[in-house]
Design a protein. Structure first.
Length: 258
């Protein structure tokens, strides 16, 4: 494994500062009155002194939590992300993970079972054939990675809202969490889980999802940044207890809207 946390955190610190500035510029922020719309003002709001590294970290993480709330509040469950044509697909579509492509996780599909748990009526595990038999949907959308690239890809699978309904998920719960075959883990807000473009995907460009793109399945959300889209999902659960995420627990913003 070749983790690259320091670079990722540096990028995130910059993106947080960009977020802060964007929030300062956002018309909705004028609600708070022009005069406190400065970094110092935000520091005051968040109760942080910004006097040393630790307090800067605390400040950024509180801004990030405020940012989660603002993003959740601004999220429109009916607004669709742009879609594209087959001719616009990026080829080759990039691979990314917290390790290199030579270390891609290979899951054996034969004895695979998707574990489903938490606040659901039906805690049964799913074979791939059962999942492949679910209602189908496809999308060509843009995937945006905070490492500085974006690409258009084509994913096929089943609408996640329908799947949640089928397993009797408590859709008034706050989060859906994911555990992956490669130590990655993620969680998303219920509004995004129920968004019509959120798909549990099993194919990439019409072919079975190859290991590099997340076999056996990837949750694809064009309304979220790349790191929010878990690959190699082994288990999912519905919960009201904040589950965090692989990069979020190292400082990334949790809501991660795109
Ligand atoms: N299981 C798992 N899912 C993951 C990651 C990972 O390292 N492991 N990386 C995330 C990040 S940062 C990105 S940009 C996308 C990359 O998906 P791709 O390889 O299909 O481009 O996967 C996301 N989901
Ligand atoms: Mo990413």
């Amino acid at each position: 494994m070749n983790p690259k946390p320091s670079r990722r955190i540096a990028v995130d610190r910059e993106s947080l500062i960009i977020d802060v500035r964007r929030q300062l510029d956002a018309p909705s922020r004028r609600l708070f009155g022009k005069r406190i719309l400065t970094l110092g003002g935000l520091a005051m709001l968040s109760g942080c002194s910004l006097s040393d590294n630790a307090s800067v970290e605390a400040f950024l993480s509180r801004v990030s939590r405020m940012n989660d709330k603002v993003q959740a509040w601004l999220f429109d469950p009916n607004r669709l992300a742009p879609t594209y044509t087959k001719a616009q697909i990026t080829r080759p579509f990039p691979f990314n993970a917290f390790y290199g492509i030579d270390e891609v996780t290979v899951v054996n599909g034969d004895d695979f079972r998707l574990k489903v748990g938490g606040l659901v009526r039906e805690k049964k595990s799913w074979t791939l054939d059962e999942l492949y038999a679910l209602p189908k949907a496809e999308q060509i959308t843009r995937h945006i990675c905070v490492e500085g690239w974006s690409a258009i890809g084509r994913w096929g699978g089943t609408p996640f809202a329908g799947f949640l309904q089928r397993i009797g998920a408590d859709t008034t719960a706050k989060y859906v969490g994911f555990r992956c075959a490669d130590d990655y883990y993620e969680s998303i807000d219920m509004a995004t889980a129920l968004h019509p473009q959120t798909l549990l995907t099993f194919t990439y460009d019409g072919e079975r999802l190859p290991p590099k793109y997340g076999f056996p399945m990837k949750l694809r959300m064009p309304t979220k940044l790349g790191y929010k889209n878990p690959k190699h999902i082994m288990e999912l659960f519905v919960t009201n207890t904040y589950p965090g995420g692989y990069w979020e627990d190292q400082g990334y913003n949790w809501f991660g809207g795109s």
